[in-house]
Design a protein around this ligand. Structure first.
Ligand code: KG4
Ligand code: ZN
Length: 366
């Protein structure tokens, strides 16, 4: 089975082709030999840099200009004609709606013109399933515990199957990627913030500045990062007047990243216990843009080792948004016989677990 995937929900215009062997049909089908035949990602960094963050209207227009070329490049790199495809998948949400519409309309048009299946993919599901694409010849078996950490989300989820997610916890305020981006902005080290903070933190002393560990010690699996962000601001304001020196910036970045790591480890430890009570020991998986952070991956790996469970994460390049993860989630759905009609409406909000209760301090991001 071969699927083209399109991702346009934020500031990457991306397309990719993936394939897999499918044994059986419909709900009982089993996947093997996942392959990435092409993966083309065009980042819009230059368009948004001057604004210090993603501007939705600029993003949507840039997707319109780039999408045809990126799809053509993905097909050429895979060495395939559209006739070789079984389906076309696109991120159908959640995300910036203008961008999502560009990807969805492109995929629908291709599917209609070529008589192919169309699959509207939940962007969060794409992150959640990536590890089944990248883990070797046999996709990682369900269930697994997932820490999904991106620019818009910070959640712990039990992944029990394709489309079967149980949310154990979520952030009551900021997503972790957002906290990385805001920290970078306050330190004046640019956009996107995550990789810049990680680079700087590697040269810093994490112990010089004191940072809070929000939610620590309070049972459960919810997160909070706004207090940490505020402390970064206060720490910068308490420095001598003038631009933040390289040394100070590195030490603040290191303290921030270390505190964030402590929070992740503590919340994941709770989740491991809760999840094991239902499923027995299951692997810990981390995915989403922040999972590209080597230091944080190391801390989660250590936690998994100490808990006696396997640890898995997509390769760094497939943690941030890409088309391969969308193509893969589309392929997983198509193999199960699940497709979408051409009147699918893009969804700016699309929770993986609609049944989940609101987080303890409700009302903020889901
Ligand atoms: O998954 P993603 O590409 O887009 C969303 O779905 O949100 O995640 C982007 C987020 C951004 O906030 C970015 O700063 C963060 O992931 N990020 C990182 C790193 N690389 C990207 N955060 C920490 N360390 C990194 N190396
Ligand atoms: Zn993402």
């Amino acid at each position: 089975m071969i699927v083209l995937g399109i991702e346009t929900s934020c500031d990457e215009t991306a397309a990719a082709v993936v394939s897999a062997d499918v044994a059986g049909a419909g709900p009982g089908s089993v996947l093997g030999r996942p392959r990435i035949l092409s993966n083309v990602v065009l980042s819009q960094l230059d368009e948004h840099r001057a604004f210090g963050g993603v501007v939705p209207e600029i993003a949507a227009r840039a997707h319109v200009e780039a999408i045809d070329g990126i799809v053509a490049e993905a097909m050429a790199e895979a060495g395939l004609d559209f006739a070789a495809l079984d389906g076309v998948a696109a991120t159908g949400g959640p995300g910036l709606i203008g961008g999502v519409m560009v990807g969805v309309m492109t995929a629908k048009a291709l599917a209609y013109a070529r008589g192919l299946a169309f699959i509207a993919v939940n962007h969060l599901e794409a992150h959640a399933l990536t590890v089944r694409l990248t883990g070797g010849e046999t996709p990682l078996a369900f269930p697994y515990l997932l820490l999904l950490v991106s620019g818009g989300h910070c959640q712990l989820l039990g992944v029990e199957g394709v489309g079967k997610y149980r949310r154990l916890g979520t952030t009551i305020d900021d997503a972790l990627g957002e906290a990385f981006d805001k920290t970078a902005k306050m330190l004046g080290i640019g956009y996107p913030g995550g990789p810049a903070v990680e680079r700087l933190a590697a040269q810093g002393n994490a112990l010089r500045f004191d940072m809070p560990r929000p939610m620590k010690g309070r049972g459960g699996c919810d997160f909070s990062f706004s207090g940490l962000k505020t402390k970064v601001r206060q720490t910068i304001e308490a420095l001598p007047p003038g631009p933040v020196t390289e040394r100070d910036a590195a030490d603040i970045a290191a303290a921030f990243q270390h505190a964030a790591g402590d929070v992740l480890v503590e919340r994941c430890a709770n989740a491991i216990e809760i999840f094991a009570a239902d499923h027995g020991p299951a692997p810990l998986v981390v995915a989403g843009g922040v999972a590209a952070n080597t230091a944080l991956r190391g801390r989660l790996q250590a936690l998994a080792d100490a808990s006696g469970i396997p640890f898995a994460a997509p390769p760094v390049a497939l943690c941030t948004d890409n088309g391969a993860m969308v193509a893969w989630a589309g392929l997983e759905r198509l193999a199960l016989g699940e497709t979408d009609a051409l009147d699918f409406k893009p969804r700016p909000r699309w929770p993986l677990d609609p049944e989940a209760p609101k987080a303890a301090y409700a009302g903020v991001k889901a």
